[in-house]
Ligand binder design. Sequence first.
Ligand SMILES: NC(=O)c1ccc[n+]([C@@H]2O[C@H](COP(=O)([O-])OP(=O)(O)OC[C@H]3O[C@@H](n4cnc5c(N)ncnc54)[C@H](O)[C@@H]3O)[C@@H](O)[C@H]2O)c1
Length: 375
Amino acid sequence: MKTFEYEAHPSRVIFGAGYFDRVSDEMRALGVRRVFLVHDPTSAASAAKVASDLTAFTDVRMWDQVAQHVPIDLATPAREAVDAHGSDLVLSIGGGSTTGLAKAIGLSHGLPIVAVPTTYAGSEMTTIYGLTGERHKQTGKSAQVLPKVVVYDPLLTLGLPANVTGPSAFNSLAHCVEALYAQGHNPVTTAIALEGVRAIADALPRVIRDLSDVDSRSDLLYGAMLGGMALGQTGSGFHHRLCHILGGKFNLVHADTHSVILPHVVAFNAPVLPREMRRLAEALGVPGGEAAGSLWDLALECGIPTDLASLGLEREGLDEVVEQILIEEKNNPVPLDGPNVRALLDAAFDGVRPGKPLPQPSPSTGRGNRELIEP
Ligand SMILES: NC(=O)c1ccc[n+]([C@@H]2O[C@H](COP(=O)([O-])OP(=O)(O)OC[C@H]3O[C@@H](n4cnc5c(N)ncnc54)[C@H](O)[C@@H]3O)[C@@H](O)[C@H]2O)c1
């Protein structure tokens, strides 16, 4: 018998190729007067286009100073500019970093947000915000930062290069996977997360093969939206904490760590989560197979990092990571200790495929056990 608590997040989503043209109508419906438009430099043309539509009925202040993890040094001048402008809404066009800055403003000024994501981060579907000071990223949750309207348009993602597309999609895939057993998970969030896994695992290889395929981009963006919903309505755990520690200590691009770490965390937890692993393997398209190895194969197939060494880390640095994760993570299904975390990190460092070796590695497709196919 099922018993659970579930809280839906109230945001309006419109999704479709060409829907970017509907942004100004959505804004008009909200009755805005003074829009603060945050965008990253790669979205400058889209921002300029929407700004010219909006000027028919609002005043627009443009802002393009954004960076990963929302440094407080960038959030402060943006907040001051909002004060000077007297903005009554924040419109963000860009990836997770841009949405993050919009959230920082929404949090401090109580302003509604309209988000137009251009990557697969999924932040636009969550109440989670983050701000980074000199040494530390502070995160929290507030209903205030959940965008009121989210406009998804896969056409905006066509320019996203493979080396951003893959890691960004894997970030979202990791949100789906962790949502299967994170605190607060329930049958509704599990359904969302599994559909997210299905969509991303199916679409990502197609997108990498043809970055300009709008259908595949659309499927991947849909999966990313579900990843954001799954994260927002449950939370994250060991995997994301480990990625944040690695990213923070060694100044790595946040998204690049996910494809390396996720398969190993899944293998680590698999022995105590048989039901979740069975469902995950099904969603990954390998019913009855191993989820961990399949995630690693997916990363390899898509040309996304599968080892920490290639991200520029030194093995000695892993000691600090072990120390830090043992302090930060207390709720993982398999309890962490020094040796088991170190073994996980060593395997991730070396790029070893987790799980059982594949019986027939296939060098021609690029899939298979790296240890077996490389000299
Ligand atoms: N708060 C949350 O719920 C949440 C959820 C997921 C991620 N995040 C945060 O989001 C950030 C990562 O987001 P991200 O992976 O989108 O990175 P990002 O926003 O930094 O974008 C990555 C790169 O892609 C470029 N880019 C963006 N859209 C593009 C497009 N359409 N075409 C070409 N280039 C484009 C950007 O200029 C940037 O160089 C991290 O700081 C992470 O912590 C937050």
